[in-house]
Design a protein around this ligand. Structure first.
Ligand SMILES: NC(=O)c1ccc[n+]([C@@H]2O[C@H](COP(=O)([O-])OP(=O)(O)OC[C@H]3O[C@@H](n4cnc5c(N)ncnc54)[C@H](O)[C@@H]3O)[C@@H](O)[C@H]2O)c1
Ligand SMILES: [Zn+2]
Ligand SMILES: [Zn+2]
Length: 381
């Protein structure tokens, strides 16, 4: 685990006329941070500030900011988007052409660069993150949203990233009324994808993990049916739930550090550590294998590069639609806040541990090791 420490850093200032500066009230860990801390995305430098999900109060606004004023209580999208380029005009905000001010690394890796992200390495723009007292938010009118009075900070916090990500998986995965949806991973992202699937009308939503406390939350707060892959025969359960056809939509919310029982885990881990493959795609393989013919697979889990044993044959011969994306927060956050205000979408149970920012390294350790049932550690600067 790369070294984490709490240090004094210079306060951010307005740099562009569209910037705002936010005093952070709450900020939270994300599964994506684990890939940085684990060294799987090797573009962090000493002294970089982590964190991309936060709520706070606007304390400074640039000359061109129209939507916000000092004192507004806002939640901010983890992805930074200009709101004006071709991708933003298609609502594909995480693909913004201007959000990532350091596109060279990802252009070399992937052909084109996605947008920027707070606290997510120099490959994603090198922006300072939200695990701090203050943060500079570029394109403040595009990425920050005023929180309705009915929604408290803790509930709104998750609109920043996990809830928007989960919603995107269900929406762009094509969940329709009557569908059976299977979700891999019952972290905050998987749980939010489960809730979104239910709200979009799925008839049954099954969620797979090995941690019962996470599965219990998914059952209680999302209305999903839990499957523990250490105990249950998940393949048979998915067939049974679909009359032998397989799930219509499979959503992968696990990512590049996936765990697999049995020898495949050792094989993938050794290959990943020797850099023969960058990612461990166990849950993606499963999702592609289990999906019904003509079904869809949406990859929400973060992957950095190349994988081994990708089931291209199953994907092609079963006629699957396989998609993935970083989240288009700006597209979903206003709707999510409305649903939060109506009580349709609750998130505060995800904040199993709330602590002062001084205890950040301890919070990350608990989150990484899932100690004491930690689902998310929330920090208050
Ligand atoms: N696309 C996006 O914009 C976006 C945004 C946020 C997070 N993410 C990614 O989504 C993924 C999940 O995020 P999170 O914060 O919920 O992470 P998390 O680490 O809290 O949860 C991941 C869960 O996956 C489970 N898991 C591991 N291997 C599994 C397997 N083989 N089958 C089923 N479950 C398995 C773990 O037990 C864990 O509960 C991460 O990869 C994260 O980087 C993507
Ligand atoms: Zn995140
Ligand atoms: Zn843009």
């Amino acid at each position: 685990m790369n070294k984490l420490a709490v240090r004094d850093v210079p306060d951010p200032r307005l740099r562009n006329e569209q910037d705002i500066v936010v005093k952070v009230r709450k900020t939270v860990t994300c599964g994506s941070d684990l890939h940085l801390i684990g060294g799987y995305i090797p573009f962090m430098s000493r002294g970089d500030v982590l964190g991309h999900e936060f709520v706070g109060e606007v304390v400074e606004v640039g000359a061109q900011v129209r939507k916000h004023k000092v004192g507004d209580r806002v939640v901010v999208s983890s992805f930074i988007s200009c709101g004006k380029c071709w991708y933003c005009s298609q609502q594909l905000y995480s693909l913004c052409d201007n959000g990532n001010t350091n596109p060279a690394i990802t252009e070399a890796l992937w052909g084109f660069s996605p947008g920027g992200c707070f606290g997510y390495s120099h490959a994603m723009g090198g922006f300072a993150g939200s695990h701090a007292e203050y943060i500079r938010v570029p394109y403040g009118d595009v990425g920050a949203f005023t929180i309705p009075d009915e929604v408290d900070d803790l509930r709104a916090l998750f609109a920043s990233d996990s809830a928007a990500t989960g919603w995107m998986g269900a929406d762009l995965g094509g969940v329709r009324p009557g569908d059976v949806v299977a979700i891999w991973g019952a972290g905050a992202v998987g749980q939010m994808a489960a809730r979104a699937s239910v709200l979009l009308g799925a008839e049954r939503v099954l969620i797979i993990d090995r941690y019962d406390n996470r599965l219990d939350q998914a059952a209680k707060f999302a209305g999903a049916e839990p499957l523990n892959y250490l105990r249950d025969d998940t393949g048979s359960a998915l067939l049974e739930a679909t009359g032998g056809r397989g799930p219509d939509v499979c959503i992968e919310a696990v990512g590049m550090e996936a765990h697999t029982p049995g020898p495949q885990q050792a094989y993938d881990k050794v290959k990943q550590q020797l850099r023969l493959q960058t990612d461990r795609p166990a849950a993606v393989r499963d999702a592609i294998y289990q999906a019904r013919k003509g079904g869809s697979v949406f990859v929400l889990g973060v992957y950095a590069g190349f994988v081994d044993k990708f089931p291209l044959g199953a994907m092609m011969n079963k006629g699957l639609t396989v998609r993935g994306a970083q989240m288009h927060g700006q597209r979903y956050i206003p709707m999510l806040l409305e649903r939060m205000a109506r009580g349709e979408l609750v998130t505060e149970h995800l904040a199993t541990h709330v602590m002062p920012l001084d205890r950040g390294p301890e919070g990350y350790r608990m989150f990484k090791d899932k100690e004491d049932g930690c689902v998310r550690a929330v920090f208050e600067p």
